[in-house]
Ligand binder design. Structure first.
Ligand SMILES: N[C@@H]1[C@@H](O)[C@H](O)[C@@H](COP(=O)(O)O)O[C@@H]1O
Length: 266
């Protein structure tokens, strides 16, 4: 795991977008795993900008989102399909047929989950998986006690997650769907590369537990410590409770791989 600390959330999102853009330029047929949430809005705005200004090509990539609520239609303002359509898929040139989210309206949800896993396999597996961090330590909607080898399936959401995501449902946690379909922790760990973006002081404690704490199903993001190629991009506020910051800063300042990104440092 590699932790990259940037001065603020704007620059952290810019670095995440640059990492994705580099992968996409190197492999235009990239299979990209995508995440939702407020943290990602800045990343998608930058990718849309790179498409508009520099012609970043999404036409041959394939995407799989981590999760979707159960029981709300695609055009519902809180659905992740709508979130993605508005923030990324609409603004760039990706054919809709190449964009995938779990089908939370399927009559047979278990079959829809098996089908989602099969589609990821048929596409050749996920090359780069973008991840956010839930306030309860989840990745995707893998709530505490999710099996660390789990595959795409239905999960009940915690009260913390309902509160965190209430904004898209008129600010009322009672209007947030109680259940969702999500890639499993095992599905995520099968990605060839993982990129988690975490910003803001409210995430500082849970980020420290995820990155430096023990691997535990109580904080499913901690399973990323098992991944052979995982980068965690954070801002100073989110990094506030980390123990190893001197070393993490040294990497970004001295490793040749990050030379072209040093303009993002303070
Ligand atoms: N299911 C998503 C997660 O995949 C995401 O990581 C999280 C972070 O949200 P935010 O960026 O708004 O803090 O939001 C939701 O719960």
């Amino acid at each position: 795991m590699e932790v990259l600390i940037l001065p603020d959330r704007e620059r952290a999102a810019t670095l995440a977008a640059r990492i994705i853009a580099r992968e996409l330029r190197a492999d235009p047929g990239l299979v990209l795993g995508l995440a939702t949430g407020r943290t990602m809005e800045r990343v998608y705005a930058r990718l849309a900008d790179l498409h508009a200004r520099e012609g970043l090509d999404f036409s041959r990539c394939t995407t799989f989102n981590l999760d979707e609520y159960i029981g709300i239609p695609a055009d519902h303002p809180g659905s992740y399909r709508r979130y993605m359509d508005e923030r990324l898929f609409g603004p760039v040139d990706i054919p809709r047929a190449r964009t995938h989210l779990p089908d939370g309206m399927a009559p047979d949800l278990a079959a829809a989950c098996r089908d989602y896993e099969a589609r990821i396999r048929d596409a050749g597996g996920i090359g780069l998986q973008l991840l956010g961090l839930g306030s309860d330590g989840h990745i995707g909607f893998n709530e505490p006690l999710s099996a660390l080898r789990s595959r795409t399936r239905e999960k009940a959401l915690t009260p913390a997650t309902l509160a965190q995501n209430a904004e898209m449902f008129g600010g009322d946690p009672d209007r947030v769907p109680r259940r969702a379909l999500t890639m499993g922790v095992g599905t995520i760990l099968d990605s060839r590369r993982c990129l988690m973006l975490v910003t803001g002081e409210t995430k500082a404690d849970i980020l420290a537990r995820a990155v430096e704490g023990p691997i535990t199903a109580m904080v499913t993001a901690s399973a990323l410590q098992l991944h052979p190629c995982c980068q965690v991009v954070v801002d100073e506020e989110a990094a506030a409770r980390l123990q190893g910051t001197d070393y993490y800063r040294w990497i970004l300042a001295h490793e040749p791989e990050w030379a072209s990104d040093r303009d993002l440092l303070a």
